[in-house]
Design a protein around this ligand. Sequence first.
Ligand SMILES: [Mn+2]
Length: 318
Amino acid sequence: MDSKLNREIILNADKVVITGHTSLDGDSIGSSLGLYGILKKIKNEVHVVYKEVPPKEFSFLPYFSNIKVTEEDIIDENDILIVLDCGNVERINLNINVDKFRNNIINIDHHKSNEEYGVINWVDSSRAAVGEMIFELAQLLGLEIDENISSCLYTSLLTDTGSFKYSNTTERTHEIAGKLISTGINFTEIHDKIYENKSLKQIKLYATVIESMEMHYNNKLCIMEIKQSDIEKLEAENEDLGDLINLGTKIDTVEAVMLIKSNSEYKKVSLRSKNYIDVCKVAGLFGGGGHIRAAGFRSDLSTEEIKEKIINYLKGLI
Ligand SMILES: [Mn+2]
């Protein structure tokens, strides 16, 4: 950790603004609110600010109602902006003139690709979640982690490790989780709020998608489709669509999954794989991209044309 990251730098600032990356997730928002609770113990002027409205699924978190949403550039000369879980300037969930205020930015992150855009850059890719780093920061500053802060940081650990199952989870992650639990948090409730909170519409969407499943190559390729008309019929919203693709990866024989969301103008296709298919390459066939195990693209081709191209490409590979 950078030794410049100390109590003085916090206390000397006029105000401390905390933000995360765009498309907020559990780590970004959990670590922001956790840090807010920690710094509030020594400073009045601490704010969590995003330009995007935070997802309401995290509204159970302590301090959630203190979040300020604004598109204005609210950083002044003697302020500090702490950016959490955000690898590059483009993803900062706040409008700020980075060139002008570079010396005000503290960048705390665990993405390997972090571009070190701050005056202090604490980047540690061995950390499962930024929530872990905020826990360490509290220790360093000698500030107590109470139950409210623990709920935030536990959410950050839980979501970025997929409930402590991804390979980024370490002994230290579990040690920190243990210390958070010892403050008395209701971890069962946190788990339920995050994972057992689907709306009825969302479950009905599952049914539609499961019904559309088409299997190829000895059940190794699963193709699913959801039409705009299905979504409208159920009066579902975009945020209800998030994890539909995981229905395919749950099948034991499946290696690759493709979910086609179609409306009258274009198709949006999401791709996932489990072990060996590089779906980023598949997306590349259509001008898209992403990661080896998760990728996507948009296309004006018909559903049949997209399917055919992908099925042909995977011949001999899957
Ligand atoms: Mn993260």
